[in-house]
Design a protein around this ligand. Structure first.
Ligand SMILES: [Zn+2]
Length: 225
């Protein structure tokens, strides 16, 4: 193939693509834009010269890898897979998409926006949501992969998670109502300021009282003298 031919082929293919875009989005990209856009692309495109030997080498490598993948498929059967839970999003059990996959949630009902994990109704939460996903590694022991046999941070995927763990997933998936939190923080700060002010005022009052008392005493003393 000559360079000239490749250049012509590229030009034709880009033009076809631009026409397709114009048909799809006639308002944003009308027919009059096609030629100017084509000119712009061709001006800025860099044609690479591919070494035919190198091209053959990479093709061979690709074929070899494909063959290897067929011999050792990377997919681990369910029974051979680690049972640990790993970090991830929270999924609503009843929300299954078209591909039969649970969809992750991006908001959570009010009753789970707690400041203390003990306030989560755990049975209700667990009947509604799944937290995190299952580890994809191959089992090393009877249950877990090498890493999770040593350290099971997020528990077993098939066991009900604790309220503390659920709270960790809610909080670190940023599902708590932050505005409410900051409002609450402001209220707390105002309360603290008020308490301090009251104490200062009380102290000032007693100081003033003491001062007037000593003043009166002094006055009385000078009178008797
Ligand atoms: Zn694992």
């Amino acid at each position: 193939m000559t360079d000239k031919f490749i250049k012509k082929l590229t030009e034709t293919k880009i033009k076809e693509l631009l026409i397709a875009i114009s048909i799809q989005y006639p308002k944003q990209f009308n027919k009059s834009h096609i030629n100017s856009e084509l000119e712009y692309i061709l001006k800025h495109i860099t044609m690479m010269h591919l070494d035919p030997i190198k091209l053959k080498e990479s093709k061979d490598k690709f074929k070899k890898k494909q063959k290897q993948n067929k011999l050792n498929p990377n997919i681990i059967s369910d029974g051979d897979r680690c049972k640990a839970r790993i970090w991830g999003k929270i999924f609503e059990i009843n929300e299954i998409n078209d591909d039969n996959i649970l969809t992750p949630i991006n908001k959570i009902p009010k009753q789970y926006k707690v400041t203390n994990f003990d306030d989560i109704d755990l049975d209700e939460f667990n009947s509604r949501y799944v937290i995190g996903t299952r580890c994809k590694n191959k089992k090393n022991s009877d249950k877990y992969c090498k890493r999770h046999s040593q350290h099971l941070i997020h528990g077993d995927f098939f066991e009900k998670p604790s309220a503390e763990l659920c709270f960790h997933y809610i909080k670190d998936n940023k599902l708590l109502w932050l505005i409410w939190k900051s409002k609450q923080n402001i209220i707390n700060i105002i309360n603290i300021i008020n308490i301090i002010n009251n104490k200062v005022r009380k102290r000032q009052k007693t100081k003033d009282k003491r001062q007037t008392k000593t003043n009166k005493d002094k006055q009385r003393q000078t009178k008797t003298n």
